[in-house]
Structure formats: C-alpha cells, structure tokens
Ligand binder design. Structure first.
Ligand code: SF4
Length: 331
C-alpha cells in the first residue's frame, strides 16, 4: 500500500487540563507536568492548556467544588448543581468557565483533550479522588467534551509508554479519518483499507460485518451509510486496546513484514513471550520505524505523523514504579 496517503504532516493541536501541563491552577495552587511522561514527543504537538475553574473566575487558591444532585451532564440540564466547600452555589460560574474553555479549544482547532480525571470539572470517568469512589462522572467540562465528540485521553496514561503508544496511534487514525472527506465508493474503500487492521484489533465483530457490507455494496453508497461508517469507526478508535491484542497485532504485522520482504527485525518477540510494557512499547516503535523505512504498511499503527524523523524515540518516556507491572487491559 502507498503510505503517502496516510501521512499527517501538519502539527496537531491537543487541548489539555492546564494543571496537567504544570500550571499551578488547582484549588490548592498545585499542578503537575504530566507531559514529561512522553519525553520529546511533547514537541510534536501544539498544546492548548485550559482550566474551566479558572475561567469561571474562582481564582487560585480557591475552595474545592463538588457536584451535588447528579453528574456534569445533569448540570447542563439544570438537574444538578455545583457548590464549593462552604455550600456556596457556583453552578453558573463553572458553566461559563467550561463554555469559555470549549470555545478556546475550538478556536485552536483541537479535536482531542488530555484530561485530569477525578476533577468535578475536567473528569470523565471520576469526579473525585477520594478512595475508590467515582463521584458523579462525567464532570461539567468532561460532559461538554463528550457531547462534542472530542477524543479524550486520560493524563495518567501519559506516564505509561505502552498506553501512550496506544492512545497516540488511535488518535492519529481518529484525526485523519475525522478530517477526511469521503464522497464515494472509492473514498470509502480507501478509508476502510487504510484502517481495517486497526479496526480488526479493536472490534473484530464490527470489522467483519463492515467488511461484508462493503464487499457486497452495489452502486454508490448513500450519504447516510458513509456518515454511519465514519461515526462508528471514530467511536471504535476512541476505545483503548489491550496488551494481548496489541502483542498479537504486532506479531501478525511482523509476520507479514518477514514474508513480504524476507528479512527479520531484531528484538520483536512472540505474543506469549513474557516482557514488561516498556519492552513491548520499544518493539512497537522499532516495528513502526522498520515498516516505514521499507515502505510496508504497519497495519496496527497505520497513520504516520510528521514524517520519518518524527517517529517517536524511546529515549523520552521514563518508566515509573507504577508501570512495572504490566496491566492486562489498557483501559
Ligand atoms: S478545573 Fe481542570 S484544569 Fe483546572 S485545576 Fe481542575 S482539573 Fe485542572
């Protein structure tokens, strides 16, 4: 396959909770540089930091806020409220802050957002960090981003080389497909062919069904079919993979590479070989680089970002203690 069709050469903008980029904007004047986890790759993207609670005018430091009576989506429907520690109602302020941040992200052209989970504003799957409680997810801003179809990346996953690899390759495919104008049968087939190995890894049942529909398609596809394909495909690309599925895909693609070119790549292991997640991430990057050099599609990571020199280096990510036990599921 010609790789030139699926190279993204422009610099992509990604939104991020400002406190995850080191800004000391949390209620207690703290912040963390979560981007340190992806090393030099941070320079490949343009970042757009926003803080809904700051834009709400709540200031730093401030009383922590919490959702009361429901989740963030219910706040937008006026069925729940936001209060601070002293019981003062700040619902309208926080809604204003979230809307302002959304407008900023749209103005910046961002279609992905790195969020701080556990926040009543930016959280998506948790709105509290207390023990094992999840709070009332999603948060007020998280709910807006979900409604708007953003590709949402939890900041904590930037600390794991394998999780970040999985998020990055799915986001690049998402960004490419979202901005692709598909007008007819050949455009639809091209989009499908470019990403089908990734779809097979992420949702094989859907991929089989879609493959059959496309194979049996007679005549020009209806616009509704194309729109449905795109919406379903984008939704699948939002879902994290698993270590097992990734290592299987890596081996499948490597086997194809060996068969096609008759040469081996040093350091690529079979799916059942026991290694930690940092080693798996290194193998994936090695395979990405080799496939690109030799002009072979690496179907599990089909969209190349900013040319050969931009392929991620494994020097950047740092293995932390948390990463040493490989998780069985990446979500
Ligand atoms: S509102 Fe979001 S960006 Fe602001 S401090 Fe809380 S989690 Fe961070």
């Amino acid at each position: 396959m010609d790789r030139a069709g699926i190279v993204i050469s422009h610099r992509i903008t990604i939104g991020i909770s400002a406190c995850c980029m080191g800004s000391p904007v949390r209620y207690n004047s703290k912040g963390w540089d979560m981007l340190a986890g992806i090393g030099r790759e941070r320079n490949d993207f343009k970042w757009c930091p926003v803080c809904p609670e700051c834009m709400a005018g709540l200031g730093v430091p401030r009383d922590p806020i919490h959702l009361t009576g429901g989740d963030g989506s219910m706040v937008w429907r006026d069925e729940a409220e936001v209060k601070n520690r002293h019981g003062r109602l700040v619902t309208d302020d926080v809604k204003f802050g979230a809307q302002s941040c959304l407008e900023t992200l749209k103005r910046a052209g961002a279609d992905a957002f790195v969020y701080m989970d556990g926040s009543p504003s930016c959280g998506v799957y948790r709105t509290t960090l207390k023990s094992t409680k999840r709070g009332h997810p999603p948060g007020i801003f998280g709910s807006l981003l979900l409604d708007q179809g953003f590709f949402l990346i939890p900041a904590a996953d930037l600390q794991s080389p394998l999780k970040w690899w999985d998020w990055r390759r799915r986001f690049l495919a998402f960004h490419w497909l979202k901005n692709l104008e598909i007008t007819g049968k050949s455009g639809l087939y091209d989009a499908w062919t470019s990403l089908k190995f990734l779809f097979q890894e992420l949702d094989n049942a859907w991929a089989v069904q879609m493959g059959r529909s496309l194979a049996g398609m007679a005549g020009k596809p209806e616009p509704a079919f194309i729109a449905g394909f795109k919406a379903q495909a984008l939704d699948i690309l939002r879902r994290p993979s698993t270590v097992r599925r990734i290592t299987n895909s890596l081996w499948k693609n490597y086997s194809f590479f060996r068969k096609r070119l008759g040469k081996s790549v040093e350091g690529i292991n079979t799916p059942d070989f026991q290694r930690n997640i940092t080693t798996i991430a290194k193998e994936l990057v090695t395979m990405e680089r080799k496939a690109l050099e030799d002009g072979v599609l690496f179907g599990t990571s089909p969209v190349i970002y900013r040319e050969k020199r931009r392929l991620p280096s494994m020097e950047g990510p740092v293995e932390t203690e948390r990463q040493q036990d490989p998780p069985s599921v990446l979500s």
